[in-house]
Design a protein around this ligand. Sequence first.
Ligand code: F55
Length: 835
Amino acid sequence: GKEKWPRGEEKVWKDCMRDVDTDVSSITKSFVNHVQTSLARQPYNLDNLGAYQAAALSVRDNLLVNWNETALQYTRKAPKRAYYLSLEFLMGRTLDNALLNLGLKDQYAEGVKKLGFTMEDVLDQERDAALGNGGLGRLAACYLDSSASQELPVWGYGLRYKYGIFQQLISPAGEQLEAPDPWLDNQNPWELPRLDVSYEVRFYGHAERMNDGTPRAMWTGGQEVLAVAYDVMIPGCYTKTTNNLRLWESKPKRGFDLNSFNAGNYEAAVEASNSAAAITSVLYPNDHTSFGKELRLKQQYFWTAASLADILRRFKNIGKSITEFPDYVAIQLNDTHPTLAIPELMRILIDEEDLDWATAWKIVTNTFFYTNHTVLPEALEKWPVPLLEHLLPRHLQIIYDINLLFLQSVEKKYPGDRDRLARMSLIEEGFPKQVRMAYLACIGSRKVNGVAELHSELVKTTILKDFVEFEGVSKFGNVTNGITPRRWLDQCNPELSALISRTLKVDKAVWLKELTLLEKLLPLTEDAAFRTEWAGIKQRNKERLAHHVQTTLGLTINTNAMFDVQIKRLHEYKRQTLNILGVIHRYLTLKNMSAEEKKKVNPRVVFFAGKAAPAYYIAKLTIRLIVNVARIINADPDTKDLLSLYFLPDYSVSLAEVLIPASDISQHISTAGTEASGTSNMKFCLNGGLLLGTVDGANIEIAEEVGESNVFFFGHLTPAVEDLRYQHTYHPVPIEEKCPALANVLNQVSGGLFGDAHVYEPLLNTIRQGDYYLLSDDFDSYIAALAMVDEAYLDQTEWVKKSIRTTAKMGKFSSDRAINEYAESYWNIEAQRVV
Ligand code: F55
């Protein structure tokens, strides 16, 4: 570097600067050092948790070395950077991932062993960082891994929730219970508190326009809350690049209000301080519903305001004119949750930077990019105007101004089209009026994208149709989701990863970053010895899962069965109910079989896992039904060797890492047109599991890659859905007539075969009446598809070939491909080599 050392003797500094520890003896030294000093513990009574903490602290030191060099490089070169704003980052565990990305796993394993521990036990001590609900949050985590691995200058911004997604317990009756997730309780070695990096964020108060011919206003009064930064290191795979995820914590501006305290109003004083801390206390556990709660809106503004202030401060340090902001900064909005960043940047540019409206709007609309993750109407965020007016009066003014100018331009293009104006207005009429956040995100962004081809088409033809017509189709694109092969193959399936490296004779440092190289596995489908190795790994992964279930739940699982897995958030559109009704159908069929017939049946073990939003009654009933069906089926001597069923509680990233490599077949069976993409479908396929699914989301692109003969598709297609729903409403046909097999299953549940007959009526009625998600339309073809899976599984040679082909064709679904598409076609940023 050209910089002068700030003080002292340069040589002394330089001699003392450390690099990454790579040899076993430096590793054990650093480990023991942390035991002695950071942890202040005695070696003789160090337990696994202590060993994890020492290992983590020593790995963290290595990450920080790289992290500092990366930051220095970005500051020196001042390249254009991208920021990923997401209310959720579902990171899971860090230690294993960091060791693999640093290429130090073997060295640490050896070091830890010398000190009397096993790597497995040590890794198992770590709690998941579960700051997300599901796919949207995990996607953000995969994208951070890929950004660092591709050496792209990308930072994440989110909230440091004190409690992540709730812990799920299952009561004896089979009900979901929720407990808090105090993930920070035993210290978090992966974050660096930056108590010096903080911003004040205002709420409430009043906004007064200046009336001086400028668009400016003054926003004063109200509550001021402090945002404090915590930085999480994001190591790239086999690169020095280590990016940053900055999470904000809220705290009161002053400890508590001394005036109230002295006046004897202790409660009021503490209350103000509590209300500041409350902002980042808990992740909202709802996926696919927007609840309109004030605290949630506070979270959204708190986080967008702090992040933008931080981004602007960094931009100002490079000394460019504010009009060049979009040349240095791209901001990706992960769904509409950070949409307030749009009026917030307008507020800063106008009220603080004194720009005129047009200049400010041009900057804003060249800075932001918006990703939509769903077309389900109940998931589209809307905020009541009175709530916004109360909490963020200045932002409401700006939103109204944006709307006015926007509608004027619409009126100009379509004179007199009142319906269109009402449809496109940012404000939905009603009591109360509401702000349509997806529309605001759309008009305030440079580009808008969906997350799989079909979904992106649906965005253009349904929720944003008018906007496509008005703004032109080129603003609307697709970036098909991806997953990181580091966590979702190398980390979760080390045996398969090793087999691939050995077979391709390519180091994993290469193919993990160039995943299309997996295609070279294709010829090996014809190699019997390779197939045997492949099948052996799947078998051992099934045994690993069985062992996990045995030790955590005390249940014994038949590992000679086909493993059939559906793991995802519980939701009617994902149709776990279709799956459980299919299981019941199989059970009833088995009960009616002769001993002779049963001999031809291949045993099957069905796994479910997933959380339901705490207020989602029907989804919770589905869990209850699954648990109670499992209770009956697993205890039935007539069938238990051929069919068993498990609901694994408290689904998490770490549990997924054990389940996914063990799956023979996984289910992705949403009603066509409802699952934007899905990402676990990609994870299963990457691990050689076959896919049973509907023609929806990324399933379609997976089938395009592996060939339709290697997936099991069923069900109606998207264009039929609207029609079928119309039929349900205006020409309903009783289930008995339409689908006798389903009617029979429903009647068995109603009749009490699985206990508590009355309990399930509301769930069964969603199918009998309306059947919005079309279970009765797809049931017969679903059962037929399950039979085809059974049939295919009988020919193990052909099955293993399909499995190898599936893995070989997953290259497209690396999140490296996805993040490079964002970098090139959206953000216009370039890789930065850190040496
Ligand atoms: C969370 C909070 C709200 Cl308010 C709304 C939605 C969510 C959420 O978790 N959404 C979500 O996970 N969406 C999923 O995103 C994935 C990544 O793009 C898709 O693969 C998946 O299809 C979609 O449902």
